[in-house]
Design a protein around this ligand. Structure first.
Ligand SMILES: Nc1ncnc2c1ncn2[C@@H]1O[C@H](COP(=O)(O)OP(=O)(O)O)[C@@H](O)[C@H]1O
Ligand SMILES: [Mg+2]
Length: 219
């Protein structure tokens, strides 16, 4: 599914150059569940952003299902991202001015799904996650656990093959954190590939493989 070859990411500002990732090589097969661990600043978010085509490496290759994502245009990258990926973030990243329904609907609007079909899919998803009673609420009216479930609904509404999660339990208590991991484990069982950054040993244990990063290198 993902093949990373000799990938380096250097951030340059006027005064300082930071090597966030240093010659990373990784192979992540389809339908694997991978946890990424490591101290703050070691490059975990940078790696996830590059996998999610939000950023480009300075050197090296990133292949997604055989497609070299570094060489293609931004338009093609956007399309690939929308077609194959879902994202979960520590801070949920819901849009504050949109309702629960509208947040979950957003990826379907980008895909130009028709109104009736959108409504049907969003309502089925909200029901599946126990959120149907909250559809007209706004993010600030929800608990952290509920917000992360809305994010998860938005993440999977397009049936992505790959789920990228950056510390998805970082702002949750253990009950809600456990729930998110249970749902991710189910999605993995359904055949999806999951790459999750986490600090929590207990949650890393859900993964089949743990990638330890240190100073931008795989240990
Ligand atoms: N946009 C950026 N500009 C400059 N430096 C950055 C930027 N993003 C991250 N860095 C630096 O790259 C390194 C890795 O950061 P990051 O990937 O966010 O680490 P982690 O997620 O493991 O805490 C850090 O030293 C960080 O300061
Ligand atoms: Mg980070």
């Amino acid at each position: 599914m993902i093949e990373i070859k000799e990938m380096t990411k250097i951030y340059r500002t006027e005064t300082i150059e930071t090597t966030a990732l240093n010659r990373i090589n990784l192979h992540i097969p389809q339908n694997s569940f991978v946890a990424i661990k490591g101290p703050s600043g070691c490059g975990k978010t940078t790696l996830l952003n590059i996998l999610g085509l939000m950023d480009r490496p300075s050197k090296g290759e990133v292949l997604l299902q055989g497609v070299n994502t570094v060489g293609i245009s931004e338009k093609q990258r956007n399309k690939l991202r929308r077609k194959t990926m879902g994202f979960l973030f520590q801070k949920f990243n819901l849009i504050a001015s949109l309702s629960v329904f509208e947040n979950v609907e957003l990826p379907l609007l980008y895909e130009r799904v028709h109104t009736a079909k959108r409504k049907e899919k969003v309502m089925a998803m909200l029901k599946q996650l126990g959120l149907e009673g909250r559809k007209d609420h706004f993010p600030h009216q929800l608990s952290g656990g509920q917000q992360q479930r809305v994010s998860l609904a938005r993440c999977i509404i397009n049936d992505p093959l790959l789920i990228l999660a950056d510390e998805p339990t970082g702002n949750l208590d253990s009950k809600n954190g456990d729930e998110v991991l249970r749902l991710l484990a189910e999605l993995h069982k359904d055949g999806r590939t999951i790459v999750m950054v986490t600090h929590d040993e207990r949650y890393a244990a859900y993964a089949e493989r743990i990638i330890q990063l240190n100073d931008g290198m795989v240990v």
